[in-house]
Design a binder for this molecule. Structure first.
Ligand SMILES: [Ca+2]
Ligand SMILES: [Ca+2]
Ligand SMILES: [Ca+2]
Length: 714
């Protein structure tokens, strides 16, 4: 079970989350409050779907750049297409292709568009340290120079042409950016073992011990001295003293310099101050570093109008960095006429409670949904029943604030680090042949038809799997004809091993399904970003409703992970109505109580749409209670709205002396938001709360304001 991996930051109260303090508000109307009702927010990418592409492995459009403009052995050029650890020749020109949407032979962006994707996320394109140890930087996570693309991938004009083509085809471009570290050019004579701050503190150039976290709110950062300020004596590799751009990053005082993160023991500060496997860990507390990274990355928005960033290793920067850096990036985006610019972060955590803190406390608009990946993998491989997914979605409310919620999470089934969904299906499910293909389709159905923004890892659409441990370098296969022997013989889901052939010539049932699911989301926006209500988790069947709030139409999506067809009775908000199938299964009808009985074939999904709109509900009513949430240390506000209407609830708070402010709007039962405690002077924890319900007809009702004491309780 995925919950076994939870690491609670704070101890659970006796018996878990028990409500200790409850307040009830009478369901009376309070006119001024109802005017504060807001719709549940949607991220600028809520209706998008992403194709995550490793540029070096996608398509070689220019063999002349394969050695990055230098001559020599692979240890110098980084180029060795027969090794899974080196550059293979893919580049920006190849990714761009002919940019002709009517050309069926185009294997570049037009192909990706044809698969239905509305956005791409590319691995970091910046100039790399070509080779480190036994690997080259084909993946892009070892930058030296942020001012231009790596010469293996092309030049600035190639990059511009790629972005322009994507925009012409109606696709967004998200660039993977690294803010935690640079390439590894700094070493320590003392070795790599991590030295805790408690043992050797940071010291100013004058010798005074200090905590960098004390300088993250505007106080100017102290001057440091390379010999006196750090736990280690940093030395730079020969030839790299001036290699980094922006140039301030060449100063050795701009790094933490205290050794590698020890993954077996590190919890807390060491994750942020330690080097990630030797990669030079930036002193992200230093305002000059914040500004340099904001300028350098901002230029890619200004210059090329990229639509967003995926932020690598976001968990490993200091807790204040993103709150300082993102507003600068957003300002640049607005000034560059990219007003819907947004970001999502890589935060590899299994618990929604912890993961949501990266959004609520550290300013990230969205994160990659690792808990979804884990639950979807277990369900699709037949290892977990539907209850696991229902439990996951039950925790969605942790992500809700006035500007964020789970609809903006980027969801995925596998990636370049953990491995492909095909590998998980192959090694963890009991299925083979057509049954294995059905499980792959089921996994993608889940990805596309539940809340969140689907991200497909390139190559998954042609059934790539993997071999060995299936992770990292073994999960980064070529789309073009590969010279890596292991990859030629790997099993493909829904197809034969590729041999020396090209994956662009493969017709895969997975690619077909992805295109179909994309069309479904486009034709029926509720399936992409409509309110999602978990209706049923019974054995291996999960059913959810998606609500189109404009047309007041309900959809039901059911997923069956069992090896047998399952007949289930699903509660809905739309009684006595015929429902038409959009994917799988025959037409069905709901009973007078709204129950819809559907048979879902083995290892597959069914999508049906109500042919009549939601019935007119009774006059809306709402009650509110609050309780302490011992998982997060926040106060849980929970509203109850009687009846089956899929309403939404806006939660409001008024802190001592202030005005009413929205906490967030929830559009799926149970209606909840979580409010952080307030510490400070006497009386500062006193607040008032209220809730406003908006029903599907747009009618509102509010609770009376009630008092809540937000004193910290953990
Ligand atoms: Ca090339
Ligand atoms: Ca760090
Ligand atoms: Ca909810």
């Amino acid at each position: 079970m995925w919950r076994a991996g939870l690491r609670f930051a704070r101890p659970l109260g006796a018996g878990g989350a028990i409500a200790l303090a409850m307040v009830m508000a009478a369901p009376t109307s309070a006119e001024p409050l109802t005017s504060l009702a807001e719709p549940s927010v949607r991220s600028p990418i809520a209706r998008d779907s992403f194709y995550f592409v490793m540029t070096d492995r996608y398509r070689d459009g220019d063999p002349d750049n394969n050695t990055g403009g230098v001559i020599g052995p692979s240890s110098v050029t980084g180029f060795d297409p027969s090794s899974d650890a080196y550059f293979h020749g893919g580049d920006l020109v190849g990714l761009t292709g002919s940019c002709d949407a009517s050309d069926p032979d185009d294997h570049g962006l037009a192909r990706i568009k044809h698969l239905g994707f509305t956005a791409i996320w590319i691995t970091p394109p910046f100039v790399q340290r070509t080779v480190q140890g036994d690997s080259a930087a084909y993946h892009g996570y070892w930058f030296l120079d942020l001012s231009r693309p790596d010469p293996h991938l092309g030049d600035r004009e190639d990059f511009r042409a790629m972005v322009d083509c994507a925009h012409r085809l109606g696709m967004k471009v998200f660039v993977d950016v690294v803010v935690n570290h640079t390439a590894d050019v700094i070493t320590y004579e003392e070795g790599t073992s991590y030295v805790p701050i408690g043992r050797v503190p940071y010291r100013t150039a004058a010798g005074r011990a200090f905590n960098p976290w004390s300088y993250t709110t505007g106080r100017s950062f102290p001057r440091l001295n390379v010999d006196r300020s750090f736990a280690k004596a940093p030395r730079v590799d020969a030839g790299f003293a001036d290699a980094k751009v922006p140039t301030v990053l060449n100063e050795l005082t701009r790094y933490h310099n205290r050794g590698d993160i020890d993954w077996s023991s590190c919890v807390g500060r060491c994750e942020m101050d330690g080097d990630f496997a030797g990669l030079d860990d930036l002193m992200t507390e230093d305002e000059d570093v914040v500004n340099a990274l904001a300028m350098a990355y901002g230029d890619w928005i200004k210059e090329y109008k990229v639509d967003g960033f995926r932020i690598d290793t976001a968990r490993h920067v200091d807790p204040y960095f993103l709150g300082r850096w993102l507003p600068k990036i957003d300002r640049t985006a607005r000034a560059s006429a990219v007003p819907r610019f947004t970001t999502f972060g890589e935060v590899w955590l299994d618990s929604p409670a912890e993961l949501s803190e990266m959004m609520l406390d550290r300013s990230l608009p969205s994160v990659l949904d690792f808990p979804f990946q884990d639950a979807a993998r277990q369900f699709a491989t037949g290892q977990a029943s539907a209850g696991l997914l229902a439990a996951l979605f039950d925790e969605d409310d942790y992500y809700t604030s006035a500007s964020t919620n789970a609809y903006g999470l980027t969801t995925f089934l596998g990636n370049h680090d953990m491995g492909r969904i095909g590998f998980f299906l192959l090694t963890q499910s009991q299925s083979q042949g057509d049954e294995l293909t059905q499980r792959a389709l089921l996994a993608h159905d889940l990805l596309y038809l539940t809340r969140g923004v689907p991200v497909v890892y390139y190559g998954d659409e042609v059934g790539m799997t993997g071999s060995g441990d299936g992770r990292d370098r073994t999960a980064r296969q070529d789309m073009f004809s590969s010279k890596v022997a292991a990859w030629q013989g790997e099993q493909r889901i829904g197809g034969a091993p590729i041999g020396t052939g090209s994956s662009f010539d493969v017709d895969s049932p997975i690619a077909e399904r992805i295109a179909e699911l994309s069309s479904l989301r486009e034709d029926h926006p509720a399936l992409a970003s409509g309110a999602m209500i978990t209706r049923l988790a019974e054995g291996d069947v999960l059913a959810v409703s998606r609500i189109d709030s404009v047309t007041r139409t309900e959809y039901v999506v059911a997923f069956n992970g069992a090896d047998t067809a399952e007949r289930v009775s699903i509660p809905t908000s739309t009684p006595s109505t015929p429902w038409t199938p959009l994917l799988g299964g025959p037409p069905v009808g709901s009973g007078a109580d709204g129950t819809l009985t559907v048979t879902v074939p083995a290892r597959s999904s069914a999508v049906v749409k109500a042919m009549r709109s939601l019935p007119t509900p009774a006059k809306p009513r709402v009650t509110l209670m609050s309780a302490e949430d011992f998982v997060t240390g926040r106060y849980r506000l929970e509203a109850t709205v009687p009846g089956p209407d899929p309403s939404s609830v806006t939660f409001l708070i008024r802190r001592a002396g202030g005005a009413w402010e929205p906490v967030g709007t929830d559009d799926a039962r149970p209606f909840r938001v979580f409010v952080p405690p307030m510490s400070g002077g006497p009386g500062s924890a006193k607040a008032q709360i209220a809730a406003v319900v908006t029903d599907s007809m747009g009618r509102t009702a509010a609770t009376r304001p009630v008092s809540l004491d937000l004193t910290p309780f953990l």
